[in-house]
Design a protein around this ligand. Structure first.
Ligand SMILES: [Zn+2]
Length: 225
């Protein structure tokens, strides 16, 4: 494994689902934003995708009738139309937001980081909900002040955290920019931000249900073909 880039990655199952276009829209945004920062996972997803392509090629051609093909093409057109409807901020984003937030996540910010509707969640912790077009999946940005502590909690659902700025430790590991922390229901953890700077994270919490969004693949402009 290369010694550059993040040290904590999404679980292999999630990358595999992503490559197959089976992740929720919020899950796709989290994975694709991690990929923007992680050469290791970019390579892994590319390998999964080539494998998927190979499987497609071995499918007997008669299984894809003319009708089926036009249905697929029509769906692709719809997806492209919807992709053009992504929320765009009213004003250009400030350079700090552009520096910290890679695409595709950046396209879902209604404003620069400082201008988002932050709500206090305990001492030194603020949260701004994001609309990723996925009502069943709780998606937000969280800012933890230097040395701030998120109250000890467990999860009824699986929580993925992608660090965008600063770092935090949770007794299990230390997570810095680009790292993904996966917290399952049985994990009881207390994230504490480093003392040196504020920590900014994307948090996606989903239940057992998975939704296939038309965006799953389109959202990722990063994969070299
Ligand atoms: Zn990775």
């Amino acid at each position: 494994m290369a010694d550059i880039g993040p040290h904590h990655h999404p679980e292999a199952d999630l990358l595999l689902d992503y490559a197959a276009g089976k992740t929720s829209q919020a899950g796709s945004v989290l994975v694709a934003t991690h990929l923007a920062l992680c050469p290791t996972c970019r390579r892994e997803v590319r390998d999964y995708e080539s494998l998927g392509g190979l499987l497609m090629e071995t499918t007997p051609p008669e299984s894809l009738s003319d009708g089926a093909l036009s249905a697929v093409l029509a769906r692709l057109d719809d997806s492209i139309d919807e992709a053009e409807d992504l929320p765009r901020p009213m004003q250009p984003l400030d350079p700090e937001t552009v520096r910290l937030v890679p695409e595709p996540l950046r396209s879902f910010l209604s404003a620069g980081i400082d201008a988002l509707p932050w709500k206090t969640r305990g001492i030194g912790v603020r949260e701004a909900m994001l609309d990723i077009g996925d009502p069943a999946v709780r998606t937000s940005l969280v800012r933890i002040a230097p040395g701030g502590r998120v109250l000890s909690h467990t999860h009824g659902d699986v929580e993925h955290t992608l660090v965008l700025k600063g770092a935090y430790s949770d007794g299990i590991g230390r997570y810095a920019r680009g790292d993904v922390c996966v917290a399952t229901p049985e994990i009881d953890h207390t994230p504490v931000a480093d003392m040196s700077e504020e920590c900014l994270c994307l948090i996606v919490v989903e239940g057992g249900l998975k939704f296939t969004g038309p965006f799953s693949r389109l959202l990722n402009p990063l994969m070299p073909r």
